[in-house]
Design a protein around this ligand. Structure first.
Ligand SMILES: NC(=O)c1ccc[n+]([C@@H]2O[C@H](COP(=O)([O-])OP(=O)(O)OC[C@H]3O[C@@H](n4cnc5c(N)ncnc54)[C@H](O)[C@@H]3O)[C@@H](O)[C@H]2O)c1
Length: 364
């Protein structure tokens, strides 16, 4: 019987929990014990009583949850959590190691076996990233529109325009899960939406399905022109496991209109806008070259009820498989792709290459 630990999240503004009580019921029925830190689900609307009824043990301290064989979380461990790392621990959570050299060092030094949600999958499917991307993508036009208000430091442009006034222009970089949802939301608010991607099939489908008004193949010159008169730019470009490609350069940002807004959701993998740097839910924006930047790394954390249920539904079946053999699981194709660190080494080749590249540039 594998013991599963569910500590409370500690990242700024983070109220999600990786398993809801329904998922805990299933995991307990599959033969595992589950230790939930007291209060861990409260921010998402789940009480300790709900978890107790689901068959979990409620434990008073984070250390009690971390003491279990298999710890399941939402966000990448924060420095205050590193002391819980140990050789016989298996960790299942978002890690985003390409943008987290310090966390990588702590995982490697401790010998933790660490599986990352964001690389779990086969082919192009990333089933644990997708639900959070869907939610973050839906949030992007909401926060973008909000920060375009002159009272929030924006230029005072309303996405949908008005009779006799053209709508705002929204450029979405990367038309995957984040980008598609962001484009749909912006279209729903009556903005003019342009989608940018390297994948022409994706662009064709988005145009045919009416998700975007126009499409553009991703290139430095093309993107520079497209963002120069944009009111809102949403970043959602991803190469799985790797540092995000820089699609919008600093020169492009300099060329944007003052008071326009960038929402770079790819920031968890380092950002696809050169001037993006991570921000938090409590302090989400800064201004650079006159452009408002919103680069929060845990956007779904502000909608914990929806996000926890969506994440839990995707995590639970994979967790049940991992719990059968938390120190093995290499014969499971999805879980094998998720394994990032094991035996004191970075074992995922793309993650390793990304971090070696960063170290070479002096970022390690
Ligand atoms: N900040 C947050 O809170 C948050 C939440 C969820 C997801 N994310 C992040 O958003 C990013 C996107 O996730 P996703 O699930 O939409 O990924 P996805 O794989 O579904 O889509 C990524 C898209 O980017 C495109 N792309 C790759 N290189 C490109 C380039 N050079 N120019 C233009 N497009 C390019 C791909 O072709 C693909 O269509 C990831 O980094 C993910 O971790 C962030």
């Amino acid at each position: 019987m594998t013991s599963v630990g569910l500590p409370a999240e500690v990242k700024d503004g983070e109220r999600r929990i990786a398993l809801d009580p329904i998922a805990v019921t299933d995991i307990v029925r599959s033969g595992c014990s589950v230790a939930v830190q007291a209060g861990a689900g409260v921010g998402a609307g789940f009480s300790d009583g709900d978890y107790k009824d689901a068959g979990a043990d409620i434990v008073p301290e984070a250390a009690d949850a971390w003491a279990q064989e298999l710890v399941v979380k939402v966000k990448e461990p924060q420095p205050s959590e590193y002391p819980h790392f140990r050789e016989d621990l298996t960790l299942f959570t978002f890690l985003h190691l390409a943008a987290e050299p310090e966390l990588t060092r702590a995982l490697v030094a401790s010998g933790v076996r660490a599986y990352a949600y964001e690389t779990l999958g086969t082919g192009r499917q990333l089933p644990l990233l997708a639900p959070m991307s869907e939610i973050a993508g839906r949030v992007a036009p909401i926060v973008g529109a909000y920060h375009l208000s002159s009272h929030q430091g924006g230029a005072g442009t309303l996405l949908g325009g008005a009779a006799g006034v053209p709508p705002a222009k929204v450029v979405v970089i990367g038309l995957g899960h984040v980008g598609t949802m962001a484009a749909r939301g912006a279209k729903g608010l009556d903005a003019y939406v342009m989608g940018v991607d390297v994948d022409l099939d994706r662009l064709r489908t988005a145009v045919m399905e009416g998700v975007v008004d126009g499409s553009l193949a991703s290139s430095e010159a093309g993107v520079g022109e497209a963002v120069a008169d944009a009111d809102l730019v949403v970043g959602g470009a991803l190469v799985p496991g790797a540092r995000a490609p820089i699609v919008v350069t600093e020169e492009h940002v300099r060329g944007m209109r003052p008071g326009s807004v960038i929402v770079d959701l790819a920031i968890d993998q380092g950002g696809c806008v050169a001037t993006a740097r991570p921000t938090s839910l409590s302090d989400p924006v800064y201004v650079e070259h006159g452009v408002v930047h919103y680069c929060v790394t845990n956007v779904p954390g502000q909608y914990p009820r929806t996000a926890s249920r969506a994440l839990s539904a995707a995590v639970a079946p994979r967790l049940r498989r991992l719990a059968r053999d938390p120190r093995g699981s290499e014969d499971d194709a999805e879980l094998a792709q998720a394994l990032n660190v094991a035996g004191g080494r970075i074992v995922h080749p793309i993650v390793r290459a990304a971090l070696e590249g960063a170290a070479g540039e002096g970022a390690g």
